[in-house]
Every structure is written in C-alpha cells, then in structure tokens.
Design a protein around this ligand. Structure first.
Ligand SMILES: C[S@@+](CC[C@H](N)C(=O)[O-])C[C@H]1O[C@@H](n2cnc3c(N)ncnc32)[C@H](O)[C@@H]1O
Length: 257
C-alpha cells in the first residue's frame, strides 16, 4: 500500500477521532487513545457488532482489535459527498451546508484516496483498508434499520443528542440487538445542575443538536423499550482538542434478557 498517501490522509485529512498508524497520529476532534481502555467496555469475543453512527470507525476498530469482536457493521447517515450528515432544522441548513463543505477533505486529498482505491473520504473504509479489518460500512439512518440483520451487540456512540426522536432511535437499537446494547451519551446534563436520579431532557435550541440528557432519562428510555439490567459502565470527560474544554459522557449498557 502507498504509505505516502496513507500518511497524507492521516496528517492532512479531517478526522473526528485521533487514530494512530505506524507512529503517525491523525488530528482528531477527540483523542480517545489514552482513555479508551478505561471505559469498561465488555469483551466481545466472537460477537458481531452493529455500530450505529459509526463515523470514522474508531470504536468499531477498537471492538475488533482490542475486544476481539468477530465482525463489525458500521452504519452512518454520512454520504461522504460533502452534504450534511445530521438531522438539521431548515432554519439552520445554510450554516451547516457551509460547515460540512469545509470539512470535506476529498477536495484536496482526492489523489491520495484514489491511489488507495477509495471512492470517497469515508475514514471507516480507510481504516478497514489499512488495517485489513473485518468491518463493513452501510450508509443509513438509525431510524431505518429494518433491512439490517440483528447483531449480538449494538453500539451507539455520541449520537443521541443529535436526534430529534431519541425514543424511536433506542427502540430501533433494541429491535436489532440479540444480547446487549451499549449507548455512549455525550453532553450528559451535569449532576450539579439536576438530581442525577431524575429523567431530564434539556432542549438545546440549535440546528444539529436537539437534546441533552440526564443519565436517568436514557436509562428510562432503554427500560421502556424493553432492555433489562441497565447499568452505567462509565462516566468520563473528554476534551475537544480545538477548544480545550471537556465534555461529560456516560456509557450505559442494557441487555436483551
Ligand atoms: C458525534 S458523531 C459520533 C461518532 C462515534 N460514534 C463516537 O462515538 O465517537 C455522530 C455520528 O452519527 C452520524 N449520524 C447523524 N445522524 C445519524 C442518523 N440519523 N443515523 C445514523 N447516523 C447518524 C453522523 O454522521 C456522525 O458520524
């Protein structure tokens, strides 16, 4: 494989996560590399995983390489053609069209993607290729998972706050789960503002973000769609590299039986 093109995409491309390849790191919005092992994800030996809202596949790759998952299917609404990859209110569309176009590194790295025989700047497929991983990408929405088969594990990371209908989304995860579902909630409402034990939603009043949640709210949604034995795996904070401030997260797990 052409190492020069790989390095160009890693160092000059737009990345959501920091990933490392042969000691070269991408500059991600978030660098999970040092904390990922402390997030208490369960082993996934021989299990098939559905990663909904998979983005660049950082977590999919971790499940395969570190937790021994058998296979990962990644689903993301991103078409990788520069168009908006979130539900956005019409009133905010213009702003987001611009923002997304600026984040399309295909505009200046097209030759490198072509050399690697990649037809678009989908980093999930880039990681699949350079590491030879058993993972497949499906373009699609969390609201439309009907044609995807059930998986042992479903994972949905940092997507809920971007959805206008979290209950249907979690119900769809339930319908696709055979064993367990793991949800990472970003921007959890801070415990010092609300009683942690109350199911709060805060409407965030902006285009691509709809709600912030208290942990209890998501647990209750998971319970009401049918998940059992719901627990918190981890509470953590992760820095947005560009701005330096930290965002609170909670990772929850629920079981089918
Ligand atoms: C904030 S990123 C999170 C990426 C990764 N899962 C993580 O935990 O870091 C959310 C991802 O969800 C995708 N997305 C947005 N709306 C979606 C939808 N309705 N269905 C599936 N994916 C969606 C976005 O394109 C983006 O890649």
């Amino acid at each position: 494989m052409n190492e020069h093109s790989i390095n160009n995409i890693l160092t000059k491309g737009i990345w959501y996560h920091t990933v490392e390849y042969n000691n070269i790191k991408s500059k991600g919005t978030f660098d999970y590399t040092k904390i990922i092992d402390s997030l208490n994800f369960p082993r996934m030996d021989d299990l098939e995983v559905l990663d909904v809202g998979c983005s660049d596949g950082f977590f999919s790759m971790y499940f395969l390489k570190n937790l021994n998952a058998k296979k990962v299917t990644g689903v993301d609404i991103n078409k990788y053609d520069g168009s908006i990859a979130f539900e956005v209110l019409d009133t905010y569309k213009e702003n987001y069209i611009e923002k997304y176009d600026e984040r399309n590194d295909f505009n200046y790295l097209i030759d490198d993607y072509k050399i690697l025989e990649l037809k678009d700047p989908n980093k999930f497929n880039f990681l699949k290729k350079i590491y030879g991983l058993n993972m497949d990408f499906i373009e699609g929405s969390i609201y439309e998972l009907e044609n995807i088969e059930n998986h042992d594990v479903t994972f949905c990371g940092s997507l809920l706050e971007h959805l206008r209908d979290p209950v249907s989304a979690i119900e769809n995860l339930y319908l696709k789960t055979n064993k367990m579902c793991i949800i990472d909630i970003s921007n959890t409402i801070k415990n010092r503002y609300v009683n942690l034990f109350r199911p709060y939603l805060k409407y965030t009043n902006s285009g691509g973000n709809f709600f912030h949640y208290s942990e209890k709210a998501v647990k209750l949604m998971m319970k009401n769609v049918g998940f059992k034995n719901i627990k918190t795996l981890k509470r953590y904070r992760i820095k947005i590299e560009k701005y330096g401030y930290k965002i609170p997260h909670s990772i929850l797990i629920g079981y089918k039986d």
